[in-house]
Design a protein around this ligand. Structure first.
Ligand SMILES: *[C@@H]1O[C@H](CO)[C@@H](O)[C@H](O)[C@H]1NC(C)=O
Ligand SMILES: *[C@@H]1O[C@H](CO)[C@@H](O)[C@H](O)[C@H]1NC(C)=O
Length: 222
């Protein structure tokens, strides 16, 4: 059984209202506080991969770690698709149109993987396909290719990622290792979902890989 983090976020929306005055706030600045984790099982993890290959040639799930890889010479996810090669987990069952949603996971990108999108909030308006792309370029983690969230040292280590999408306020917030790294407007649109993995972008490496564990989808308590 893969462990599930219930350390800081409880499985209900109960908030402790009466804390003794002397006690410290026990939740720190945990971005998941006030959010409810939603049930996830394998049926919520749809693996998109080059259409001509079996899943196990581009994806594995061992010791609770999802490993996804792709080559820049691979085929797209369907014969008709004009998009670049990808192997991605597309979260199913939690497409959303309103409210405040959160994706949490621990990610790992091996040195050498570059020119790649590793996480997306899919869906946007006005010609945008996405509301958020987190990409890796030469050891940096970036918002699209415009804003650097982690300047170097994203390679070869596990990092904690929290992405919050407030659809009603049209706001996207990104935390890395619990630190606020980005607050920006979303791209509109009326239906969204989360994805993570590897999706080739310009200046991609021949081989691209990312790993993910403890993936959670959460929704803000009303
Ligand atoms: C996953 O959960 C859904 C309901 O949330 C259930 O219908 C389905 O049978 C479960 N699938 C697996 C593989 O456990
Ligand atoms: C990545 O690998 C290259 C080539 O082996 C090396 O020069 C570089 O220092 C490595 N970077 C990190 C962050 O380990």
């Amino acid at each position: 059984m893969c462990s599930i983090h219930f350390l800081l976020a409880s499985s209900t929306c109960f908030l402790p209202l009466l804390l003794p005055e002397t006690s410290a706030w026990p939740y720190g600045d945990d971005p998941t506080f006030g959010f409810l984790p939603l049930p996830l099982n394998s049926s919520n993890f749809d693996i998109q991969k080059p259409y001509d290959l079996p899943v196990n040639e581009r994806y594995s799930f061992v010791d609770c770690v999802h490993r996804l890889w792709v080559y820049n010479s691979d085929k797209p996810l369907s014969p008709a698709s004009p998009t670049a090669p990808r192997t991605e987990i597309r979260i199913r069952g939690y497409d959303y149109t309103s409210g405040v949603w959160q994706f949490e996971a621990y990610g790992y990108v091996p040195n050498g993987t570059t020119g790649v999108c590793i996480m997306q909030v899919f869906g946007g308006g006005n010609g945008h396909a996405t509301t958020l792309m987190l990409r890796v370029y030469n050891g940096a983690l970036t918002y699209y290719r415009s804003i650097v969230l982690v300047a170097h040292d994203i390679y070869d280590r596990w990092f904690r990622l929290n992405v919050i999408h407030d659809v009603d306020e049209r706001k996207v917030t990104v935390y890395i290792d619990g630190e606020l790294k980005l607050e920006t407007a979303d791209h509109g649109g009326n239906s969204h979902y989360f994805k993570c993995g590897v999706y080739a972008q310009a200046d991609d490496s021949y081989y691209m890989e990312s790993q993910w564990k403890d993936i959670r989808v959460l929704k803000k308590c009303d």
